[in-house]
Structure formats: C-alpha cells, structure tokens
Design a binder for this molecule. Structure first.
Ligand code: FE2
Length: 329
C-alpha cells in the first residue's frame, strides 16, 4: 500500500490530506482564510496559513493514526495560485520531505481538481468543466495531457459571481447552505439585456460584471440584474461545454472546482446532459472546493508513475498551466 500526504495552499485554503492507493481517504484537515472584507489578500492569507499550518498537520496525522515516518511520499500543489500562499505549502513540503527523507511529488492544482472528481464519481473519460474562483476551463484528456478546449478570456466564473454580489453589498458570506448569494438574489428576477460574450470556445465575464453594476447604478432592480447576469454567465459556459462535447464525441461531463457546488449551475448541466444523452458527474461539494485530499490523491497517481522532484528544485509556479502537465494514467 502507498500512503501520500498532500498539501494544498494555492489560495484561501491550507489543507492537508492523507490518502492511500486503495483508494482510501485517511485524513482531511483544513484551515480556511476568510478576509474581513473585500477579496482575498494573498499576504494575509499566507500569514494565516503559517499560524494554523502546524495544527492542521497535527490534526491530519492524528486522524490517520500515522506518523510522518510511516508516510511514503509528500505531495504539494506548486501551482497555479497566489505566490505568497503557494510558498507556505511549498516550504512546508520541502522541509518535511528533506527532514524525513521522503520523496517529494509536485502536483498541479488543476489536475488535482480533475483527479479527485474522477476518483469520487467514477467518471472515466469525461469532458471536464473546471469552475472555481480562479479558473474557468473546459478540458479533456487527449494525447497524454488535459487539453484546454475553452477557457475564460478574463476573470473566472467564481470571481465574477463573488465580485458581483460583493459590489452589490449582499455578500460575504458568498455561500450559505450550498446556495450562492447570486442564486439567492436572482429569485423573482426578470430578464434584462446584458452583454453575452462567447468568442470561439472562450467565455468572458468582466464586461458582463461592469455592465451589471452599471445597470444597478442606473436604477435597474437588483434581482433583475442578478438573474440576468447569472443566466448569461451560466449559459455561455454551457454553450462552450456543449460544443466541446460535440467536437470531442464525449459521453460524460464532469464538473469540478468550487463553483461545481452551485446547485443551480448543476441543474443547467443536467438539462444539457438529458438533452444530449450524456452522463453527468458532479464532484461532491466537500471535495469540489480546495482541499488537501485532492493533492494527496493526485500525489498517489504521480508517485506510482515515478514523478518526484528534488526539494531544491521544487519551486512554486504561479501560472502553471494544466495543459503543460504529462498525464501517465
Ligand atoms: Fe481550486
């Protein structure tokens, strides 16, 4: 049996997961940074990770009933993400790997979102819709890599949703009982005209954000603006996903990333799946958001294929692209 400890620290979560290759989740500990107001402040987040890191690590090892000596490898998300946050995870991983003489496994955070989704749902060869606060990507495995078949040209879908409700003064908190503030404030809304942008296979949300905020300033009802902005943002994503399905001839769709927890968006994809006779797989909300388990599990896959890195060479890569990573499984 192979047991890997995985460290996640790319954005607002410092997480440590311990996973075996059976596969079994042996531990899942997390600390979530929540800014007092506004968006994520990378340096503040990193400092909070440094403070809480030791207790997160201890909790994970206690839960698993393991010591660091009995772990086979240490995996860490080296990117993509926010520099100061990434460096906390990388430093921790390098120190643990060096001190305990364990192999160090470099994990791409985007690949990890996909792999935990596949492992937990049983999806085999899906078109993957990866949607989170930092990413909006349509991807599928082809020729040994996850190729990108569409992405946002500017801000990510989750960033768009969070910024809109924050600017309107109705969040944080962004998500209450699995329902995003944008879904809440859309209730009873009617459609108004806002820009719908799809360029080729790519989506765009920054123009929509600006137009939505301007509409409210010009007197439009908040529920109408929220409803319309949401419909447009979600529909443009479903449109490019549908085209990806048609182009690639896939029979499965897998939703991964924090926004995959949005019930209303899942509903839209359910309609698409029924319409086209596809199997829809949705990563369980607990593991759709950032966590250490997904890093540990991808670490297991990489480690079993011999992918490790010298601690001295394990540097963070803030813009590490999904489609530059070789996938051996
Ligand atoms: Fe993420």
């Amino acid at each position: 049996m192979v047991v890997v400890l995985g460290i996640e620290s790319t954005a607002h979560t410092f997480g440590i997961g311990i996973v075996s290759d059976e596969p079994r989740i042996l531990a899942d500990s997390r600390f979530n940074y929540t800014p007092e107001k506004g968006g994520i402040h990378p340096r503040e987040a990193a400092e909070s990770f440094i403070r809480s890191g030791p207790s997160v690590l201890k909790e994970a090892l206690d839960r698993a009933g393991l010591s660091l000596r009995s772990i086979d490898a240490v995996a860490v998300a080296l990117g993509p993400g926010l520099g100061p946050c990434l460096r906390v995870g990388a430093t921790t991983a390098r120190a643990l790997a060096s001190y305990y003489r364990k192999p160090l496994v470099p994990v791409n955070h985007a690949v990890a979102h996909i792999e935990i989704g596949k492992m937990l749902t049983g999806a085999r060869d899906p078109l993957v819709v990866y949607i989170s606060g930092g990413n909006t990507v349509i991807t599928a495995k082809y020729g040994g890599r996850y190729r990108v078949f569409g992405e946002t040209l500017d801000i990510a879908l989750g960033n768009f949703m969070d910024t809109l409700v924050r600017e309107l003064g109705i969040a944080p908190p962004y998500v209450i009982e699995g329902v995003h503030a944008l879904d809440r404030c859309s209730e009873g809304g009617r459609y108004i005209d806002l820009p719908y942008v799809v360029k080729g296979q790519d989506t765009s949300y920054s123009g929509l954000l600006t137009a939505a905020l301007r509409a409210v300033r010009n007197g439009a009802r908040v529920e109408d603006v929220c409803f319309s902005a949401r419909e447009i943002a979600y529909s443009s994503l479903v449109e490019v996903a549908e085209r990806g399905i048609a182009q690639l001839g896939k029979s499965e769709i897998l939703l991964v990333g924090g926004v995959a927890a949005s019930r209303y968006l899942v509903e839209k994809f359910r309609v698409l799946a029924e319409h086209r006779g596809l199997n829809l797989y949705v990563t369980p909300p607990k593991y759709a958001v950032d966590n250490g388990v997904m890093i540990a599990w991808t670490g297991v896959l990489l480690f079993k294929h011999g992918v490790t890195v010298d601690p001295e060479k394990a540097v963070v890569r803030q813009r590490w692209r999904l489609d530059s990573v070789d996938i051996y499984w």
